[in-house]
Design a protein around this ligand. Structure first.
Ligand SMILES: C[S@@+](CC[C@H](N)C(=O)[O-])C[C@H]1O[C@@H](n2cnc3c(N)ncnc32)[C@H](O)[C@@H]1O
Length: 321
């Protein structure tokens, strides 16, 4: 299945006001360039910096964006390194950043990448094939308590203990099909019969660990905000609650400004609101979009706009809130 850009109309609508007079737009999770293409078409004055840590994704987006190649620069890197990517390109500030998190459909659909519990493949799951840590190290190498922690924390899996024990007992685990079967059998039969595939949470957990997905997000969000010029916009699509919680808290925090206790007559913390939140509630796909693209079902879109820096004053009078 081709990767269909999720909530593409909403993404364009939210980014366009910042890009209609041109400027640099960063698609920090380029994938096959589905969202990037929509934005290049909608904002003919804008230029794109496209980032992905997966060289295969970069090559397919190079082909998909060929009609706009003079406005496109592609970089293979982790978006957590956004500041140094932009510095290398000589870009001081940008007007828009998109983070469409997680894996792409082509990554999931290629059995040899080892992301899918539905097809047999090697225990890999690396978005960046040069990364040392692969699913094999996690599945066959981690001590049981560590494995349980990963499955519990990143899969929010209540049977993490049983699953970790079963994996350790079955070692060496040879491929994704065997892993999926071990997980299925470790889950109590009544639970197995309801809800999504019983291995879904465990595979998600191992993938997050292998790619340090939450660590990258925690570094990438402030880097995106720091790169934005006033009026620039950041849009984030998250696909599970762990990611969405990080995005939501970060936006609220950056939009809050002063954190002094209400009893203080003047602000002493100096914290300044950097963002205005544009999505009071996250946007989610319609039933129609989910029917056409079931992988969109968990998507939550949040967006925010960079504020002008407040005038520099060492002791700012507190607003009566
Ligand atoms: C959901 S797909 C993006 C799809 C894209 N929006 C499109 O329309 O084709 C996510 C992509 O982000 C990449 N990715 C995930 N985490 C990354 C990170 N920390 N740094 C760079 N790329 C990352 C993945 O390799 C994958 O290609």
């Amino acid at each position: 299945m081709d990767h269909q850009p999720v909530l593409a109309d909403a993404v364009v609508e939210l980014l366009l006001p910042a890009l209609e007079h041109g400027g640099v737009f960063v698609d920090a999770t380029l994938g096959r360039g589905g969202h990037a293409l929509r934005i290049l078409e909608a904002a003919p004055e804008a230029t794109l910096v496209g980032i992905d840590r997966d060289p295969v994704a970069l090559e397919s987006s190079r082909a998909n964006l060929a009609a706009h190649s003079e406005r496109v620069r592609l970089v293979r890197d982790n978006f957590s390194e956004l500041a140094s990517v932009l510095e290398r390109l000589g870009v001081a500030q940008v007007r828009g950043v998109l983070l469409d998190l997680g894996v792409s459909s082509p990554q999931l659909d290629e059995p040899h990448r080892g992301f899918s519990f539905r097809v047999p493949g090697p225990l890999d799951m690396r978005m960046d094939p040069l990364r040392d840590l692969s699913a094999d190290t996690v599945v066959n190498g981690y001590a049981e308590p560590e494995l349980r922690r990963v499955i519990h924390r990143y899969g929010e899996e209540r049977f993490a203990g049983r699953i970790a024990r079963a994996i350790v007992r079955a070692r060496p685990v040879s491929d994704t099909a065997e892993l999926a079967e071990i997980v299925r059998e470790a889950i109590p039969a009544p639970t197995r019969r309801t809800g999504p595939h019983p291995a879904r949470r465990t595979f998600q957990a191992i993938r997050i660990e292998v790619n340090d997905e939450l660590g990258s997000l925690q570094k990438g969000l402030p880097a995106a905000v720091d790169a934005l010029e006033p009026g620039g916009r950041v849009v984030v699509l998250a696909y599970h609650s762990l990611e969405d919680r990080i995005v939501k808290r970060f936006f609220v925090d950056q939009a809050s400004g002063c954190v002094c206790p209400p009893s203080f007559p003047v602000c002493t913390c100096g914290a300044e609101a950097k963002l205005r939140i544009l999505t009071r509630r996250p946007a989610t796909p319609s039933a129609q979009e989910i029917e056409a693209n079931p992988r969109a079902s968990a998507a939550k879109l949040r967006a925010a706009e960079r504020l002008e820096p407040a005038s520099v004053a060492p002791l700012e009078e507190k607003r009566s809130a």
